[in-house]
Write a protein that binds this ligand. Sequence first.
Ligand SMILES: [Zn+2]
Length: 75
Amino acid sequence: MKYLVLFVVVIVGLMLIKKSQQPRSVRQPPSPNKPPQVPEAMLPCAHCGVHSPASRCVWRDGKPYCSDEHARLGS
Ligand SMILES: [Zn+2]
């Protein structure tokens, strides 16, 4: 009877170890469902002050503009 209890304790212990190890192995491969969004800088137009994403800015003389027209007009 003593050994039976010990056996059960060992089995339960092994199951707990397996359980605690499983999530770690699942988490290891990084597979995000959605791509990480890189926060894009919002730059104010040098002409009108409207903030627009850095990738959509029109650059002229080192200043960001919201559109070609404002880049032409200047600050
Ligand atoms: Zn503008």
